[in-house]
Design a protein. Sequence first.
Length: 453
Amino acid sequence: MASAAEQLAANINLGAFGKAKELKKRIWFTLGALLIYRFGTYIPLPGVDAAAFSSILNQTSGGIFGIFNLFSGGALERMTIFALNVMPYISASIIVQLLTAVLPRWESLKKEGEAGRRKLNHYTRIGTVILAAIQGFGIVTLLEGMRGNNGVPIIADPSWFFRISVIVTLVGATMFLMWLGEQITARGIGNGISLIIFTGIVAGFPSAIANLFSLARAGSIKFLGSPTIALLLILLLIACIVLLVVFFERAQRRLVIQYPKRQVGNKVLGGDSSHLPLRLNTAGVIPPIFASSLLLLPISIFQFSGSAEGGVLQWLQTNLNHGTWLYIGLYLLLILFFAFFYTAIVFNPEETADNLKKNGGFIPGIRPGKTTAEYIDFVLTRLTVIGAIYLGFICVLPEIIIADSSIPFYFGGTSLLIIVSVTIDTVGQIHSHLLANQYESLIRKAKLKGPRG
């Protein structure tokens, strides 16, 4: 840990940035794209009384709309064109990946390389349009039934033109964000979709911190009768969560890989050893994001359909809302499920074992081929158990505390996990680009000097 931090500090400096022109272009492109995203979160939907909707939303900020507003960077509260954010795209990605594991045809597409990946991305885009249209229609239906505190409808002129224009705007904005995220991934730094969610969460942190201090000053949060002690404990909890996330996200199990010696002409090559790094949390931040998205989908349908007197729908609306024990329990189970499911998608032990066998590598004491794949799968499964427990603890414990207090929702475990994980990943990519630039500089210098003799 310390050596990695020292190495990172040694490579990320102003001098290295000045020489890495390609990296600077990528960083400026990423910042420009995220600036466009933030600008879009302030463009209001036409025909909607955003101020009246915001006042209603603030009354239920701890509920399902608080989660929506968190991931949309406040765009839902302001009822702007980016109100849906990238949540339909994430939900569509979940559905496509689940179907890939179930349908043999789609599973074969995954193994076809770049062509198969493009086709699966095409299916994901189609699913994004469908889900965005459904959620857009739900938002229109919800807005038409809402009235402000003065009894005036939020929608001044409800009509089919208004409905179609809002749905088309929301769908188009979601597709634009999906495209923007893909451009950031390809031409910028970091994962584009994760950075968009990260930017939305970080944008609300200043107001959340100010709100936290206001609650402490007003005495709304207390521990042992003291608001100061409660505030210090909350800040200590946040610091502990951040440190825990940093430790677990960087933790690895390194399997020793040995390469046999081989003779080529008069030279003996090989005989070296390397490591196969297996992360403790291979799935990263995906499980809590997927779990939140999957719970948002049915809950949003219940909310958009309006209140029902009695029956199953009313029970679900009451007991499946954010902060309830049913919600927390399902959230935990979904995090555990996606931790194993996504790990199985992104890491294939059989493929890794085959690659090692082709390159002559082997794990000492383990036979190459099937036995190596079984051993890697065994180690990875044990690591994923620890990683899944860690994710569940990080995401659920703050939710339990928030459910019984007035702490701002921004300080939940999911938001802190996303912020720390995306930061680590982005800084790691910057570090990789800096190292690559230094190696390229050394190679160019060596070529200019030419061979000695």
